[in-house]
Write a new protein. Structure first.
Length: 321
């Protein structure tokens, strides 16, 4: 799906150019779940779209009782999935803020994920939702052979998801995040896991972006030459290979993969490959994500700076007169 032309303003909403999803989000905010049910039904055999749509809808529904009402009025596969998503999101927020109800919310979320998985045993999405909670629990499964750091983690849960969907994007990103330094891991472990996972994936897969995600997480502005990390040969080569093999696939996507494109555009800009970065920004159109830009400062300012380096337009400053 083409992202469309940049018309002067960034579009930050995670639905991006999935217009059916964007419309369902409006209905969810108004307290209606019928269109959410339909957009989820459409994706029963498209796990990538199902993961994306259910996660975006959950972010809209988490602060209301819409999902509970839906589950009570029309229980079914889609209602159970969105409830699992909402419950997992609430439990994550509680754990991150030290809420005293965090443990109870986590138990509710795990139960909701199990119920959604029972209703749709071939769907990896409820398991990916469960994996989002793994970093708050002690999963010490031994790592498989081939990792230098051999970091323990939720390997069994991750392996189960891969049996359902070997290249599940969300599961790979959720799993990698368990090893981030900001989640108690280490730069060495996250780089090791990212490289291990990316090398398994096809050359034209978005999962090849995983090492770039790990590099951003490990960024330390106080480290010597931190901003020159992406100029090192290994990172330049990684970014250019993703550009060559994966970017041509994006035009055929059901919706624009804004976050993956943003990581690639950032890496190419930092590696001083402005020509290639310009093509990635063009594929993004007006759609924007806060990551990875927010790690380096205000996301809109950082995104605009990168686009200017590539000779692309940026939003006009508001008129102060």
């Amino acid at each position: 799906m083409a992202a469309g032309l940049f018309e002067g303003q960034y579009v930050w909403h995670p639905a991006a150019d999935d217009r059916r999803l964007a419309s369902a989000c409006v209905d969810v905010r108004a307290g209606r779940y019928f269109s959410a049910r339909e957009v989820l039904r459409e994706t029963r055999r498209d796990f990538g779209a199902r993961a994306h749509r259910s996660l975006v809808l959950a972010s809209e529904a988490a602060d209301s009782d819409l999902t509970e009402r839906w589950l009570a009025e029309e229980p079914g596969t889609e209602a159970a999935l969105l409830w699992a998503r909402v419950a997992a999101l609430r439990a994550t927020r509680a754990a991150e803020t030290g809420d005293r109800h965090a443990n109870a919310l986590s138990r509710i979320a795990l139960s909701a994920c199990d119920r959604a998985a029972e209703l749709a045993p071939l769907d990896p999405t409820p398991w990916a939702a469960k994996l989002s909670l793994a970093r708050f629990q002690r999963h010490l499964d031994p790592a498989p052979e081939g990792l230098i750091t051999a970091p323990p983690g939720p390997w069994s849960l991750f392996s189960h998801i891969l049996r359902l969907d070997p290249w599940n994007r969300e599961a790979h990103h959720r799993f990698l995040s368990c090893f981030f330094t900001r989640h108690g891991g280490s730069a060495g472990a996250s780089w090791d896991v990212a490289a291990f996972l990316a090398q398994r994936a096809p050359a034209n897969s978005a999962l090849r972006v995983l090492p770039l995600v790990a590099a951003v997480d490990a960024y330390d502005p106080a480290a010597p030459l931190a901003d020159h990390t992406w100029e090192q040969p290994q990172w330049r080569t990684t970014a250019l290979r993703i550009y060559q093999h994966w970017l041509p696939e994006v035009a055929g996507y059901r919706f624009t993969p804004v976050l993956d494109l943003a990581y690639l555009a950032h890496a190419l800009c930092m590696a001083r490959h402005e020509f290639e970065a310009r093509a990635v920004f063009t594929a993004m159109g007006p759609y924007a994500s806060r990551m990875p830009w927010s790690v380096f400062g205000d996301p809109a300012e950082q995104l605009s700076r990168a686009r200017r380096r590539c000779g692309l337009p940026v939003p006009h400053a508001p008129d102060s007169s």
